[in-house]
Design a protein around this ligand. Structure first.
Ligand code: ATP
Ligand code: MG
Length: 453
């Protein structure tokens, strides 16, 4: 156990004040868990959690002037809002059977910081710090961080059986931090992997979100398809799947992992990279020339991705965005202003650029001969930026004429909508500028030619 002092340990002013107040009232209190890990990693913590010997009622008594939220009180947590910062303050707690036997509402509190640390998942997440007292590292978390190792606290098999989410948290931290699972922890994770299928969709989705956005998501995907396959079984046939196609130098899972690593760490993009080819095994056929084909795989992958993301209860907006990206992931976008305007019109600016990002990542993961395609994407992106910089007209609302202008021509009801669509189409084609006079003139010609006026 280390008792080093960390005079430079950065605490937010509210966290420092909360610790000082609890200490002054005679309680033990420490910042604990993720924030201590992050500081030892040289990162700035997102938030500070506090663990204390004070019972929840006692904690409330220390902050009579603060707004207090009691949502977690059954687990011993009160959220104290101090200087606008919500701090979770949790009474020392054990989840196993050993304690000094205080059991309010099924939660077992303890007087011992060590016991509180022992209930935590990994050694790097089981450290505590307090000013003047230093670091408490009961299980070698600091050394594990130095060695980039994720090690369960205690017997990993028992810990994963208590809560299988820890398996997924382990691979999530591997992805986010670029760490490895220590051998016994990894063996237990694989051995107990089947437990993952019993977890709630929401808990799984929250971990997948972080895992996929991690810097080592591709490596984790390739190293642990057996674990991830428990939560997304559709991934399993991709491992080792030989595409038998000269465009591809990787098996399907490796191709997918490379694509994931080569799109920006934004959830719908990473999900789209993960699932863009998930329908390929079902669509596989072998040509007479011995080449593998995957006719209709974009549509099949879109449908499967929709099903997977619904099942895991991702938000509708994340699911719909992901589906759109997968639907068009292998559409060829030509370097033609007319066609680029049409794509921008169909997808909107943000999704269009996300689609380019996905196509780039997908291309990196093809056979090396395709690296020249990156130039194509660079040119496409420049072209789209040029089009957008010209304050373009890409939607009906951007047209320089509106319904009132057309009524003046004598149009009514549905004819107005049809005329606006006609004009937008002409503008996207580039056959008429988006100027009121020119548009009215073109419409007039069109109506006259078709004997509509
Ligand atoms: P993040 O940076 O994503 O917030 P975190 O480690 O802080 O990571 P939290 O979910 O905020 O994760 O949990 C705070 C602390 O609670 C963890 O550091 C760990 O000590 C403990 N913990 C969280 N989930 C579990 C779990 N399933 N089993 C055991 N301990 C857990
Ligand atoms: Mg946290």
């Amino acid at each position: 156990m280390s008792h080093d002092l960390y005079p430079s340990f950065p605490l937010s002013p509210p966290a420092a004040e909360a610790l000082a107040r609890l200490h002054a009232a005679g309680h033990e209190a420490w910042v604990v868990g993720g924030c201590v890990r992050d500081v030892l990693l040289g990162q700035t913590p997102k938030d500070y959690d506090i663990t204390t010997s004070a019972l929840p009622e006692e904690t409330k008594g220390v902050f009579p002037d603060c707004h207090i939220i009691e949502t977690g009180i059954r687990h011993g947590t009160v959220t104290v809002v101090l200087g606008d910062e919500p701090l979770e303050i949790t009474t020392y707690r054990v989840d196993g059977g050993y304690s000094d036997a205080r059991h309010p509402d099924g939660v077992t509190f303890t007087r011992s910081l060590r016991e509180d640390a022992a209930r935590r998942d990994f050694t790097m997440n089981a450290m505590a710090y307090a000013p003047g007292l230093g670091l408490r590292d009961f299980f070698g978390g600091r050394e594990d961080i130095q060695n980039a190792q994720i090690r369960a606290v205690g017997d990993p098999v028992i810990r994963f059986r208590e809560d299988a989410l820890r398996i997924l948290r382990g691979v999530r931290f591997a992805s986010v931090l670029g760490f490895s699972l220590e051998t016994a922890t990894e063996t237990a994770a694989r051995q107990e992997a089947a437990l993952l299928s019993g977890l709630s969709a929401e808990r799984v989705a929250a971990e997948l979100d972080k895992l996929l956005r991690g810097k080592d998501a591709g490596r984790v995907l390739q190293t642990y398809p057996d674990l991830l396959g428990q939560v997304i079984p559709e991934l399993l046939p991709m491992a080792g799947f030989d595409q038998r196609n000269h465009h591809h130098c990787h098996d399907l899972l490796t191709h997918t992992a490379v694509a994931v690593d080569h799109v920006p760490p934004v959830l719908p993009l990473r999900l789209a990279a993960l699932l863009h080819d998930v329908g390929k095994p079902r669509c596989f056929s072998l040509g007479e020339d011995g080449e593998g084909h995957f006719y209709g795989h974009a549509r099949e992958s879109t449908a499967m991705a929709g099903e997977i993301l619904r099942r895991l209860r991702f938000s509708n907006s994340v699911r719909e965005k992901t589906e759109t990206l997968i639907r068009y992931h292998d559409s060829v976008i030509e370097e033609d202003p007319r066609l680029v305007r049409r794509w921008l019109n169909r997808l909107g600016e943000e999704t269009f650029f996300d689609l380019l990002a996905l196509q780039r990542g997908d291309t990196v993961a093809l056979a090396p001969a395709y690296c020249t395609r990156q130039d194509h994407f660079r040119r496409l992106e420049a072209l789209a930026r040029e089009i957008l910089a010209e304050t373009p007209c890409l939607q009906l609302r951007d047209l320089a004429v509106n319904g009132h202008d057309l009524m003046a021509l004598g149009l009514q009801g549905r004819a107005i909508g049809a005329a606006l669509h006609f004009l937008l189409d002409q503008v996207l084609e580039g056959t008429v500028p988006n100027k009121k006079e020119a548009l009215m003139q073109r419409l007039h010609e069109y109506l006259a030619k078709n004997s509509l006026i």
